[in-house]
Write a protein that binds this ligand. Structure first.
Ligand code: 5MM
Length: 339
């Protein structure tokens, strides 16, 4: 077990007020975002876009780790520098998404199971040799009138725990991402109930699979009402519900929690993270940071539009959003900073 390596990785990922950038959209997800922004959906445009991200000036001042997708980890800049080397040079720890997406879970209508355990041991060893020092696996939990079912949660959390054990064996810090989706008309209480149940089962499975929690990062959803629920919750209410949920389910030995944004606006995701730090500063056993994809990338993607002449402006926006998330980690973010 590469204990020293993993201890070093965890420390680097939570350093200062930095956080993680999820740039691990699979080809269909990346193409979907490109289509919405009117950008051609080709391998070359995906490369150009990821090049824009990894060459953002001073990226390492605001981002501690970047989660790559398999296509991206093999790509290079126009000058032939592998993206993974660009990140390392910038002081950003390279990570890799290793799940292989979801499929319908047999016997559980409306629910999904994440694939990717077959051959994972070999893939992890290859990624370690390439320089990846952490990995990510996302499980998807859907709220509906009679779901999530216990069967779906258990199957997904078991897979997450098996993945995490394999990562640690390879010297790679696992990020476990049990995402309770925002889709739906449910209220905040149903999200809280589904999230706490999911996290309890997750830590039970991690224990059963001998995963060492000191080399593990949790990437959860924040506790929010569904996207089509009539009344939005206040910033403080979301912060309180999210931290209460974590306090009741996440053991203190876990070094840190890095939230996904899940379809919130960039401003909301930042404000929620900030409110957690304002209210609970110095009172929590783990570090709280961000591991956003859309909440950091989306405004930059909309500026870029696939055009070379927009790269510098888009990079400024990417850096700006990440710096606001740094401020949120310090509990110093204010909406006025958006101007
Ligand atoms: C939930 O998605 C993760 C965080 O992104 P947001 O902050 O936008 O919610 C993200 O890392 C996600 O896992 C990747 O974008 C890959 O998603 P797909 O669906 O392509 O596997």
């Amino acid at each position: 077990m590469k204990a020293k390596e993993m201890t070093h990785t965890v420390k680097a990922l939570f350093a200062g007020d930095k956080g993680l950038l999820a740039m691990d959209e699979s080809i269909p997800t990346c193409n979907k975002r490109f289509e919405e922004a009117g950008i051609p959906q080709t391998i070359e445009y995906r490369r150009k876009y990821r090049q824009l991200i990894v060459t953002t000036p001073n990226l390492g001042k605001v981002i501690s780790g970047a989660i790559l997708f398999d296509e991206t980890i093999h790509q290079s800049t126009d000058d032939g520098v592998p993206f993974i080397d660009m990140l390392k040079k910038a002081g950003v720890v390279p990570g890799i998404k290793v799940d292989e997406g979801t499929m319908d879970l047999a016997g559980f209508p409306g629910e999904k199971i994440t694939m990717g355990l077959d051959g994972l041991k070999e893939r992890l060893s290859k990624y370690f040799d390439m320089g990846a020092r952490f990995a990510k696996w996302r499980a998807v939990i859907t709220i509906g009138s009679v779901i999530p079912s216990r069967g779906c949660i258990e199957a997904n959390m078991h897979a997450l725990a098996r993945y995490a054990a394999l990562c640690q064996e390879a010297g790679i810090v696992p990020i476990v991402e049990p995402e309770v989706l925002m889709d739906g008309a449910h209220d905040l209480k149903r999200c809280f109930d589904a999230t706490i149940k999911t996290q309890h089962i997750l830590f039970d499975q991690l224990f059963a699979q001998n995963v060492n929690l000191k080399w593990l990062i949790l990437k959860p959803n924040m506790v929010l009402p569904g996207l089509s629920y009539a009344k939005p919750a206040s910033i403080d209410k979301v912060a309180e519900a999210t931290v209460n949920c974590l306090l009741q389910s996440v053991p203190p030995v876990v070094p840190g929690v890095a939230f996904l944004s899940g379809g919130q606006s960039a401003e909301d995701a930042t404000a929620h993270l900030n409110a957690m730090h304002v209210k609970y500063k110095g009172k929590l056993p783990w570090a709280l940071t961000f591991s956003f994809a859309r909440a950091i990338q989306q405004p930059a993607l909309e500026i870029w539009k696939g055009k070379d002449e927009n790269v510098a402006e888009a990079q400024k926006m990417l850096y700006f959003r990440a710096s606001l998330d740094n401020a949120a980690r310090r509990g110093e973010y204010t909406p006025e900073m958006e101007k």
